[in-house]
Design a protein. Structure first.
Length: 291
């Protein structure tokens, strides 16, 4: 089994490599200089040289706010490049495992979203994810699309540093009290991907779309409070400066769904993969930042 990882320097791709290092799988994770997913020539060279059996695409455009100002670049990465990748995988007989997002939904449902729920993205980023998914379904039947929840990464210490700086600032820290989702550690996402790969390697042909998010969905404000509690174990932070806001669901400028919760039942029933408690991973992440 030969695995090609695209976007290996990102938060999920880097953790995936660490998980694969403990297995017998052969993998190749070229840098962006060697493999730019938008460069057709580089894509062909890597496929010809490495001949992967499975391609895991962790690359993509992720910034929802910035996507509204540069939609062409967003769609070039999340739709057009993915379409070409899907055709290439299909032509070479390779399985494509694509990382997607809860942002394909509009967030109007009260319960967690299942794979059967109607897709209705709110903004450019969500639309690019959805159109990229559609290209995969049309071009590469042998695929797994894995939609994941709110990603939290051990590698993004700069982001964590910014959050901690906000928590230490005496000024109020704005969070949304009625936006809910599944915090998902990048390390946990990598664990799920490896578990799927193992079963594909054993001959499983359960192609399609799956959801994964950490157990215990919470509001954005509850997530901030949890981070605050963990940081307080190591640092001096204000304990009552969270300014809980209620997002206006009718505000057309908002491009984030209020309900980002994903139901992982299908993944459990198909692959036997249980969702992990994100609070344990978060505590370990913050400890690693300080210790």
């Amino acid at each position: 089994m030969k695995i090609l990882i695209i976007g290996g320097s990102g938060q999920t791709g880097s953790r995936l490599q660490q998980h694969l290092d403990g297995t017998s799988f052969d993998y190749y994770a070229p840098s962006r200089e060697v493999l730019d997913i938008t460069d057709s020539r580089q894509m062909l060279e890597v496929f010809d040289g490495y001949a992967p059996n499975i391609v895991i695409n962790c690359a993509g455009y992720r910034d929802a706010e910035l996507a509204e100002t540069e939609p062409s670049r967003c769609f070039a990465l999340n739709r057009d490049a993915v379409a070409e990748l899907a055709s290439l995988c299909n032509g070479r007989g390779a399985t494509l495992l694509q990382i997607s997002s809860y942002m394909v939904f509009d967030g109007h449902k009260s319960d967690a979203y299942t794979e059967k729920d109607t897709v209705n993205p709110l903004g450019v980023l969500g639309g690019s994810y959805w159109q990229g998914e559609q290209q995969i379904r049309e071009r590469c039947p042998q695929h797994i699309i894995l939609r994941v929840g709110w990603m939290i990464s051990e590698r993004k210490f700069e982001l964590l540093r910014n959050i901690i700086a906000e928590l230490k600032n005496p000024a109020p820290f704005d969070v949304i009290g009625n936006r809910y989702g599944n915090p998902t550690l990048a390390d946990d996402g990598a664990r799920v991907i490896v578990a799927i790969i193992r079963q594909i390697d054993c001959g499983a042909t359960v192609w399609g779309t799956y959801h994964y998010g950490g157990v215990k969905p919470v509001s954005e404000s509850e997530l901030a409070e949890t981070i605050l509690h963990e940081v307080a174990e190591y640092d001096e932070v204000a304990t009552e400066q969270l300014n809980v806001l209620a997002a206006d669901a009718d505000d057309e400028s908002r491009k984030f769904p209020l309900n980002c919760k994903l139901d992982s039942t299908r993944l459990l029933h198909t692959f036997g993969i249980h969702a992990n408690d994100w609070t344990v991973g978060l505590a370990r992440l913050i400890k690693g930042f300080y210790v």
